[in-house]
Design a binder for this molecule. Structure first.
Ligand SMILES: Nc1ncnc2c1ncn2[C@@H]1O[C@H](COP(=O)(O)OP(=O)(O)OP(=O)(O)O)[C@@H](O)[C@H]1O
Length: 261
């Protein structure tokens, strides 16, 4: 058996820069030449979780794909620990430490849990079995093909597969899609542990607003391709009227100036 790896081993060896771990400024992007989002400024620190919220079709997934280099930004900059990324290069983004868990999880369904993790593991990164510290439920499914796992187990595996790549920035699209509420709660708890224990900046796109705000430090609402509200998650959880206004496209009140997330 491989020797267990501690959470400290999993944390990125590189000391986080004084600035944000992930930053984008004036980012605009879309599908091909058609614009989906614009003027997006976001920062996420090491160990922080940002919930990216908003109505269907607002552009959240497109923004994540752009941050991951899978779509080319139309304009603006993305930086990890202050290092600018070359636009539209998924390999460069991944090398810089950006890892995306897409909404379809994109697992190799005929490979076992162990094999999915082995295929993804970074050479100098954590060992696949060390993922059992964060996701102990995967132990009994270790040699089961990913396609035979429950939805919750598949999402755990998708997160574990991201973690063996030693992310500095973890992007998670629709964590809760198709999952039972209890499982979703445990996955959100895992997200909080991942951010604090592994020191990565986490961005989660989520429809389950209440749970997302509980797990997040900050939240931003994207509506029709623009960030219309940004504040501490606890502040927004305490003022659902502000969130409703942002979803409906109502302009923020003067005493509710968005705080930089
Ligand atoms: N593969 C695609 N090709 C072309 N346009 C797309 C594609 N996927 C999404 N779009 C369009 O891009 C816009 C933004 O979609 P996106 O999926 O980013 O929004 P979203 O906020 O993630 O919404 P949802 O929560 O419904 O996934 C929408 O107008 C959508 O129709």
């Amino acid at each position: 058996m491989t020797s267990p790896t501690t959470t400290t081993d999993l944390a990125d060896a590189a000391t986080p820069a004084a600035g944000p771990r992930l930053a984008c400024r004036g980012l605009a992007g879309g599908r091909g030449s058609s614009a989906v989002f614009r003027d997006v400024d976001l920062t996420v620190g090491a160990g922080e979780v940002l919930a990216l919220l908003g109505p269907n079709g607002a552009g959240k997934s497109t923004l994540l794909l752009t941050l991951a280099g899978l779509l080319r930004a139309h304009s603006g900059d993305i930086a990890v620990d202050g290092e600018p990324l070359r636009p539209g290069r998924a390999t460069a983004a991944n090398r810089a430490g950006i890892v995306l868990v897409p909404d379809n999880r994109a697992l190799f369904t005929s490979l076992t849990v162990e094999e999915n993790l082995r295929v993804a593991a970074a050479r100098s990164g954590p060992k696949p079995r060390s993922m059992l510290e964060t996701f102990p439920d995967l132990e009994k499914r270790w040699r089961v093909p990913a396609g035979a796992l429950s939805g919750g187990e598949q999402q755990m595996l998708a997160l574990a597969r991201a973690l063996v790549q030693r992310p500095r920035v973890l992007l998670v699209d629709e964590l809760s899609m198709g999952l039972a509420p209890l499982i979703v709660e445990s996955l959100f708890a895992a997200i909080s542990r991942i951010a604090s224990g592994h020191g990565c900046a986490v961005v989660i796109v989520e429809q389950h607003v209440g749970l997302a705000l509980k797990a997040a430090d900050h939240a931003a609402v994207l509506n029709r391709g623009r960030i219309v509200l940004r504040d501490r998650a606890a502040e927004l959880a305490a003022h659902p009227d502000r969130l409703e206004g942002a979803y409906l496209g109502t302009p923020p009140q003067p005493d509710h100036t968005p705080e930089q997330a």
